[in-house]
Design a protein around this ligand. Structure first.
Ligand SMILES: Nc1ncnc2c1ncn2[C@@H]1O[C@H](COP(=O)(O)OP(=O)(O)OP(=O)(O)O)[C@@H](O)[C@H]1O
Length: 266
């Protein structure tokens, strides 16, 4: 039985004035016999940043990866994941198309061993876009959105692998943005970055939320409180609390949340 600290508030207080970008209904994830995610029901508000926080092994990555079917072939995922009225956790969904709308940025930057330009233009070619000026336009606009353009514009033919870790991560964000997504899923995108690169990445994400919905796993309480509008706290495969970040950090409903955000465990 989980203990509440604020009895008049419900566990999953939700601000009703926000449009919903993505909703999970009773999502369960099983790695074989390991029931890793229990009954995850949450609505992610559009044009905002939601942080997923919790101790190691609480299920943050498992949940995040379910949101665009990255657990396919690894785990069994039951329940509904509703995106624009469609349950994307169903066999009818074209996973490739869906992932263009719900992109993923991983913990370690994973640029292709190609030029900066090709990192973005190659997937566009694969999508059937052949018009060079259109491609150049998308390369430029996505690099600008990812706040990398000024640093690389003079040599787009340079290898992506010669960029710093922070620049590589922003290039991976640009590559996702070039697909014209609605939602960006990010699994600890700053964990391999130094403080200055982390700061730049956070600035970039803050700017992006005007146009995109961002869901980010982070181990850093400071990052969650600086960056996110909403926070979900996970514990042992369950979503214990979801609320505005301000409330989760200053006025949590659950004792478990209070202990975690105040550093008393985890
Ligand atoms: N590929 C996998 N195969 C089997 N079990 C897994 C796999 N990935 C995760 N798990 C299990 O699922 C549970 C949740 O793990 P998950 O990685 O989602 O937690 P997390 O909160 O993201 O942890 P961390 O903060 O350490 O990254 C753990 O019990 C873990 O051992």
């Amino acid at each position: 039985m989980v203990e509440k600290v604020n009895k008049e508030k419900s566990i999953l207080t939700f601000p009703a004035d926000r449009e919903i970008a993505l909703e999970t209904k009773n999502v369960q994830v099983y790695y074989g016999d390991n029931h890793a995610m229990h009954d995850a029901s949450l609505q992610f508000p559009r044009y905002s940043i939601t942080a997923l926080i919790g101790a190691s092994g609480s299920g943050k990555s498992t949940y995040l990866r379910s949101l665009n079917r990255m657990n396919d072939g690894i785990a069994r995922v039951d329940g509904e994941i509703m995106y624009r009225g469609l349950n994307i956790n169903s066999n009818e969904v074209d996973i490739y198309q869906m992932r263009r709308r719900i992109g993923m940025v991983f913990q370690r930057p994973n640029p292709f061993a190609k030029s900066i330009h090709n990192n973005i233009s190659f997937p566009l070619h694969e999508m059937g876009i052949k018009d060079k000026s259109k491609i150049n336009e998308i390369v430029e606009s996505s690099l600008k959105q990812a706040a990398l353009w000024d640093e690389v514009k003079d040599d787009l033919g340079r290898s992506a692998l010669s960029l710093s870790g922070g620049q590589q991560q922003r290039l991976c964000i640009a590559r996702s943005l070039a697909m014209n997504p609605d939602i960006l899923l990010m699994d600890e995108p700053a964990s391999a970055l130094d403080p200055i690169s982390t700061y730049k990445l956070e600035m970039t994400l803050s700017d992006l939320k005007d146009q995109y919905t961002i869901i980010i796993v982070t181990h850093s309480m400071e990052q969650a409180s600086r960056l996110s509008d909403y926070t979900a706290f996970l514990h042992m495969g369950k979503i214990v609390e979801f609320d505005t970040t301000k409330n989760v950090f200053t006025n949590p409903t659950m004792k478990l949340t209070e202990d975690y955000v105040s550093g008393n465990f985890g």
